[in-house]
Design a protein around this ligand. Structure first.
Ligand code: SF4
Ligand code: SF4
Length: 308
């Protein structure tokens, strides 16, 4: 919303636009440059302060009536004074700006000269040349090794596939998990509980494995076996594979050969600690791996990883 002064200036502009023959004198108490300039720009023919004398008002009216411009002496004096001071203020600012540019530019020139001079000295120095010679030599040796393996393998693969030389075999990439490198026969992989012929666990819940386990990750709850000739049976047999260190002590300690680590399964995982606890039912369902170590049972999927 414009101020009262703004409204008057706008009114002046409208009057002068629609009826340019009308003469307008701004009678106001403001004498700042900004207001005077705005009023004159809007088309005011005179700018008179409210404290003007009767004679001054008469002179203003006559001058404007004759088609001249009139400014109160106070206003014109103020305008001249501010113009002179502005000029004085601008010059030192410009000088400061020029001086700052000279100082900054000179500083940068000095820094670049030092950097370029220093870089040249470093490039020409004997230690730098020795390092560069060493680096170049190492790079060339590396390229040579890579090229040797690349061309040797390419030649062997060409012999094998094009010329049918079965004994020539180049390096191969194993396409895991579709292809697997054979595991060592003594590899300790995911545990399994061995079953009797009737499918019940061979384990007699003697607690030997739980006792010997250094990670304390076996939990057994024993129960009476329905067969009086067998002392006990594990009602619950959990292994926390999140804690297991795969030492194999449980397998070694078992007097019944009821627990083994021969499933060949190594890729078990879970989103949670609870998912790493394998129960008796899961362990009983696992089968031994093939002689080359390939698992025959699918990797058990914990409940938290099953698709919902
Ligand atoms: S392999 Fe070792 S750490 Fe793992 S359950 Fe058996 S005894 Fe415990
Ligand atoms: S797995 Fe073997 S050592 Fe462990 S409780 Fe069963 S019988 Fe005992």
């Amino acid at each position: 919303m414009p101020s009262r002064l703004g409204v008057r200036i706008e009114a002046t502009a409208i009057i002068k636009r629609r009826m340019p023959q009308i003469r307008v004198i701004a009678l106001t108490g403001f004498k700042t440059d900004e207001y005077v300039r705005e009023a004159l720009r809007a088309g005011a023919d005179g700018y008179v302060l409210k404290d003007a004398s009767y004679d001054e008002l008469v002179i203003a009216l006559r001058s404007v009536g004759d088609g001249k411009k009139f400014l109160s002496p106070d206003v014109s004096g103020h305008l001249v004074s501010s113009f002179l001071h502005r000029g004085q203020a601008v010059m030192p600012q410009m000088l400061q700006l020029v001086a700052a540019h000279i100082v900054v530019g000179g500083g940068w020139l000095l820094v670049w000269t030092l950097i370029i001079g220093g870089a040249r000295r470093v490039l020409r120095s004997a230690p730098f040349r020795r390092v560069m010679d060493g680096v170049t030599g190492s790079v060339l040796v590396g390229l040579g090794v890579t090229a040797h393996h690349f061309f040797t393998n390419m030649w062997r693969h060409t012999l094998h596939t094009v010329f049918r030389v079965k004994s020539a075999r180049g390096a191969v990439t194993i396409q895991y998990p579709d292809e697997r490198r054979p595991y060592a026969p003594r590899l300790r992989s995911l545990h399994r509980l061995v079953r009797r012929e009737d499918g019940s666990p061979r384990c007699v819940a003697c607690m030997m494995c739980e006792t010997v386990c250094p990670a304390h990750c076996i939990y057994i709850i024993a129960a009476e076996h329905p067969n009086p000739e067998i002392e006990k049976v594990p009602e619950r047999f959990d292994i926390d594979l999140g804690k297991c260190v795969f030492c194999g002590y449980c397998v070694e300690a078992c007097p019944e050969d009821a627990i083994r680590m021969d499933t060949g399964i190594l890729e078990f995982s879970s989103y949670s600690r609870a998912g790493m606890i394998y129960t008796k039912e899961v362990l009983l369902a696992l089968e031994p791996a093939r002689p080359d170590g390939t698992p025959t049972s699918p990797v058990p999927i914990p409940p938290d990883m099953r698709p919902s």
